[in-house]
Write a protein that binds this ligand. Structure first.
Ligand code: CP
Length: 309
């Protein structure tokens, strides 16, 4: 049974195919409105979410399918001690596909090993968030008309920001992509991403703590929230939370075709005054995420023999 736990579970040509399906959904929405009729998607969210859960649910409804949902750990039998493995097995009896978010790294993998239906990782701790990356890739493709030949600045919490880890893995597979890693020392990209991805693949990258110095060199600026929920110590969070705040004056030196991205939710990292700048793409990412999730649901249900297209 095919599950998607990591963005690397999808080949570059499969990502191209998903982007092409998403573009077709945007162009001809009506063609897809009953494709998943009679099918059910289960959302199991052991951590808070607005975008990922609601976009998966909207995606399934727009494909003509139905949704069953566990919106919080507290409202499920995991509060009584049921394991992720048992939960996944049980929910397989009710749904044709499962979407799961969990605070523990590796939890989605455990669910996939035990479920009898495809499992999609909607974020596992600080590890990865492959469907946010699908939203990011469609956004970059639509904004730049390419996924190669660019400098991407990643700014903020590069240590705990799972969207950053997944995006680096994904974009490292395209030609001539460079990364500028902008963070305070305490929130640097984990060694395993630096060594196993960037160094291993000989990808050009540099680290800095100076956002303003980096901005003029970038084609994409990917801002991130400092992940309060992953800190052990509130004092450290309070000291680091406002390390970077993007404001219109900081964008004065940016390229005219810079794309400013953020997986959201935003706290303080981007001033709301930036929202009016045509280079702000973060609300486009939200909508693109729904289309890519529609494309992914279609792909997995088709591969599982649940729908024909
Ligand atoms: N970007 C993202 O994962 O948002 P949610 O936490 O609201 O799902």
């Amino acid at each position: 049974m095919r599950s998607i736990i990591d963005i690397l579970d999808l080949s570059v040509s499969e990502i191209d195919e998903l982007i092409s399906t998403a573009k077709d959904i945007i162009k001809d929405h009506k063609k897809y409105e009953a494709v998943c009729s009679g099918k059910k998607l289960a959302t199991l969210f052991f951590e808070p979410s607005t975008r990922t859960r609601m976009s998966f649910e909207a995606a399934m409804y727009e494909l003509g399918g139905n949704v069953i949902s566990m919106a919080s750990a507290a409202s499920s039998s995991s509060a009584k001690g049921e394991s992720v493995a048992d939960t996944a097995k049980v929910v397989s009896c009710y749904a044709d596909i499962i979407v799961m978010r969990h605070p523990k790294e590796g939890a989605a993998y455990v669910a996939a090993e035990n479920a009898d239906v495809p499992v999609i990782n909607a974020g596992d701790g600080g590890h990865c968030h492959p469907t946010q990356t699908l939203a990011d890739l469609l956004t970059i493709e639509l904004e730049k008309n390419r996924l190669s030949d660019m400098t991407i600045g990643l700014c903020g919490d590069l240590k705990f920001g799972r969207t950053v880890h997944s995006l680096i893995n994904a974009m490292s597979r395209y030609e001539n992509v460079r990364f500028c890693l902008i963070s305070p020392d305490e929130l640097k990209l984990p060694d395993y991403v630096v060594k196993d991805v960037l160094e291993k693949k000989n990808i050009e990258f540099w680290s800095t703590s100076d956002l303003e110095d980096a901005i003029p060199k970038l084609d994409i600026l990917y801002m991130t929230r400092v992940q309060k929920e992953r800190f052990f110590n509130e004092e450290d969070y309070l000291r680091l939370k406002d390390s970077y705040i993007l404001t219109p004056d900081k964008l004065a030196s940016a390229k005219p075709d810079l794309s400013v991205m953020h997986p959201l939710p935003r706290v303080n990292e981007i001033s709301t005054a930036v929202d009016k700048d045509p280079r702000a793409c973060y609300f486009k990412q939200v909508l693109n995420g729904k289309y890519m999730r529609m494309a992914l649901i279609l792909k997995l249900l088709k591969e599982a023999g649940q729908i024909c297209m």
